[in-house]
Design a protein around this ligand. Structure first.
Ligand SMILES: NC(=O)c1ccc[n+]([C@@H]2O[C@H](COP(=O)([O-])OP(=O)(O)OC[C@H]3O[C@@H](n4cnc5c(N)ncnc54)[C@H](OP(=O)(O)O)[C@@H]3O)[C@@H](O)[C@H]2O)c1
Length: 406
């Protein structure tokens, strides 16, 4: 009989508890695949267990504490002691990833993190293994289930952001404090991790610009429907001529885009590369048992030699001004010449209009237009000029549009 494979479990909350249960349930299956019987060597929580003792008795450490410290210290110490590490910690990887990957390389151990991005959707594995030699041009992702649920509800029921958020909280799709989900920071951390994998570049959370969904209204979704668009919080990581751009914004998608039909608390990622055209992966983005299953998948991979080590990164410039199409929503006084003046301001910056919907609102009118792709700085310069016109009844509202159709 071979020696058991001993797992030190740090954290026993939603994911740690689910992982503990799943491991017990799947022990025979893991043994059948790897030839070794997995067992929990010790569990660390705030009130239980001792880290050094658990480390000494473990072959591998699973970190499910979350946050930066003491998770960072424990992960570094585990790797320095020659132990493989599996983690679901997006905060830690997106802010201290380079330090951790350097330590993994230095000590010849594996650092696996499938559950840190898009729950059970195996995007980390696909990028780091299946597409490791592909030249990835772009990734678009719905990587936050809370915001996707809220936007789906606003679109299907016509309810307000606040109502949809309250529903999400009641159903357990949103935390009591949902700020990092709804302001885009959670998705930004995940996109930093994906960008690093896709481009082999050192990207951290601070390189990712992000915007949330708090300011979106049911009106935006209603008008979008008329234009054949659906609204999502999309993370984008792409190569540009000069470097790479990584960002998270509310974005309109045309109906035929693979992410347009991803509704509810689901996650999905499209990976684009000339050689493969486009691959889309989708599935549940969070939840105890689903995330625990991604963690267990990483444990099984780490148990099967030879270990694959993360490659060294190189530096690529982070580009912040990129090209995008836009949806522009304007409330104006309903009088002659208004459209011409708006078109002139757009034209001054080189923006051209693809489609317009106009609605009368008594003495005012609402103009909703889609503008062809333009450098973002030029578009916002035009919006600034339009915002100062005396017939404007409220500040212009702009949302990016992804035009690609597959
Ligand atoms: N929840 C999800 O759906 C989900 C999805 C994907 C990824 N993740 C990631 O999975 C990780 C765990 O999340 P979770 O939802 O399971 O968190 P959680 O329910 O809050 O559990 C955290 C666990 O860590 C322990 N812990 C906290 N601080 C500690 C410390 N200083 N020393 C020792 N133990 C400590 C807690 O101990 P006590 O029991 O004593 O409080 C608890 O057992 C995070 O990185 C999160 O981002 C979560």
């Amino acid at each position: 009989m071979s020696e058991p494979f001993r797992i030190g479990l740090l954290g026993h909350g939603t994911i740690g508890g689910a992982f503990d249960e799943l491991l017990l349930e799947r022990t025979e299956a893991v043994q059948a695949v790897t030839g070794r019987r997995p067992e929990i060597a010790g569990i660390l929580t705030r009130s239980r267990g001792d880290f050094d003792d658990i480390l000494g008795r473990s072959d591998l450490i699973v970190e499910l504490i979350g946050g930066l410290e003491p998770a960072r210290e424990y992960v570094l110490r585990a790797m320095a002691a020659g132990k493989h590490v599996v983690t679901a910690n997006k905060q830690l990887l997106s802010q201290h990833g380079d330090e951790l990957w350097d330590a993994a390389r230095e000590h010849g151990v594996q650092l696996r993190f499938e559950a840190s991005v898009a729950g059970v959707v195996p995007v980390v594995r696909v990028l780091s293994e299946s597409l490791a030699a592909a030249h990835v041009d772009r990734i678009h992702g719905i990587v936050n289930g809370t915001t996707n649920y809220i936007l789906s509800e606003m679109a299907s029921r016509g309810c307000s952001y606040a109502e949809a958020l309250a529903d999400a909280q009641q159903l357990g799709y949103a935390e009591a404090d949902p700020s990092e989900d709804v302001n885009g920071k959670d998705a930004a951390a995940k996109m930093a991790i994906l960008a690093r994998l896709a481009f082999g570049a050192a990207v951290t959370l601070s390189d990712v610009s992000y915007e949330g969904i708090e300011h979106l209204t049911a009106d935006d979704l209603a008008y979008a429907r008329e234009l054949g668009l659906s609204l999502k919080l999309i993370g984008t990581a792409e190569r540009t001529g000069e470097g790479i751009s990584v960002r998270v914004h509310p974005v309109f998608l045309y109906g035929s885009h693979p992410l347009a039909s991803v509704n509810g608390p689901f996650n999905a990622v499209t990976i684009e590369s000339e050689a493969i055209t486009e691959v889309t992966l989708s599935g549940p983005g969070a939840g105890g048992s689903q995330t625990a299953s991604a963690v267990l998948g990483d444990v099984v991979s780490a148990m099967i030699p030879p270990p694959s080590l993360p490659g060294a990164v190189h530096r690529l410039p982070i580009v912040t001004d990129v090209t995008s199409a836009f949806y522009l929503h304007l409330e104006v006084a309903d009088r002659p010449g208004v459209l011409a003046q708006i078109a002139e301001r757009l034209g001054l910056q080189g923006a051209s209009v693809k489609s317009v919907v106009q609605r009368g609102l008594g003495e005012n009118a609402r103009l909703v237009m889609v503008v062809h792709p333009i450098l973002e700085s030029r578009f916002f310069a035009a919006v600034d000029l339009i915002g100062h016109l005396d017939f404007m009844r409220s500040p212009p509202r702009a949302i990016r549009v992804i035009e690609e159709e597959f």
